[in-house]
Design a protein around this ligand. Structure first.
Ligand code: FE2
Length: 270
């Protein structure tokens, strides 16, 4: 083969590689366009190290381990304000978390899912990083690409579809497997009103991580505040008009109540 032939063959290989790259470029462009035009449910879930195999444990997934330890800190150091009922709830949450840490609990990430309100998550995290519970917010930020945001209700009021979603951190459905506690975070858009609801058999607490909320018009809660809702207590949450609100929550109850909890709104009181 002459030098000219070799050059000619080299040029045709270069051209083929160029055309392949060009094809890949346009294919990627089409994918991006598709992402922009579809609802904000991630069509291409991020693969976590745990996706490849089952039975992953906390200690092999440090970001989840740090997140759970931050939840433990919330329930260890936030004041109970002299309430023995709140102190008792905090102790139960701490003990349940301690058992998960000691057992090196299984972590089974749920499929990644977004909701319209998650467009406010970046702002909520950024604001929360400036607040009293910044370490917990930073830990949440680290796992935020893997969260599965849900509405949880069979019928979600239309206004709420754009302004509310929650993501579980631990519970019977995971990601951190537990049958004695549910931990999660709930995100509200500015001006959201979360209608009156109650939890049968469940003792609930909310910890404000970012923004400001009120419950039943009885006080304003900012980062570092804890709200306590005993079982069957009807509660309605309103959110400040300028900023989103991000709350962590913990549910303690009997295993069957945690497993079968139905999320329903109550119409008896506004
Ligand atoms: Fe609640």
């Amino acid at each position: 083969m002459s030098e000219q032939d070799r050059r000619g063959k080299g040029a045709s290989c270069d051209m083929a590689a160029f055309l392949l790259r060009l094809g890949a470029y346009f294919a990627q462009g089409t994918h991006r366009k598709h992402c922009l035009m579809t609802p904000p449910v991630d069509p291409d879930p991020v693969q976590t190290p745990a996706d490849a195999q089952t039975g992953n444990r906390l200690q092999s997934l440090p970001d989840w381990n740090y997140m759970l330890r931050e939840c433990d800190e919330l329930y260890r150091f936030l004041p109970a304000g002299g309430s023995d009922k709140i102190a008792s709830h905090q102790r139960k949450v701490r003990e349940a978390i301690s058992r998960l840490l000691r057992a090196n609990a299984i972590v089974s990430p749920q499929p990644r899912a977004l909701k319209p309100v998650t467009a406010h998550l970046r702002r909520a995290l950024d604001e929360g990083r400036q607040g009293a519970l910044a370490p917990a917010v930073r830990a949440l930020d680290a796992i935020s690409p893997y969260l599965s945001w849900q509405w949880g209700y069979e019928k979600v009021p239309k206004g709420l579809q754009n302004s509310y979603a929650y993501a579980e951190l631990a519970g019977p459905s995971g990601p951190i497997q537990s049958d004695e506690i549910i931990l999660g975070v709930v995100l509200f858009a500015p001006k959201c009103t979360y209608p009156a609801h109650a939890h049968r058999g469940i003792t609930e607490s909310y910890v404000c991580l970012s923004g400001a909320v009120s419950e039943n018009h009885q006080g304003v809660y900012v980062p570092g505040s804890m709200i306590f809702n005993p079982p069957d207590h009807l509660h309605r949450i309103t959110v400040g008009v300028r900023e989103p609100a991000l709350l962590a929550y913990a549910w303690i109850g009997a295993k069957e109540d945690l497993r079968d909890q139905k999320m329903v709104f109550t119409r008896t009181r506004k």
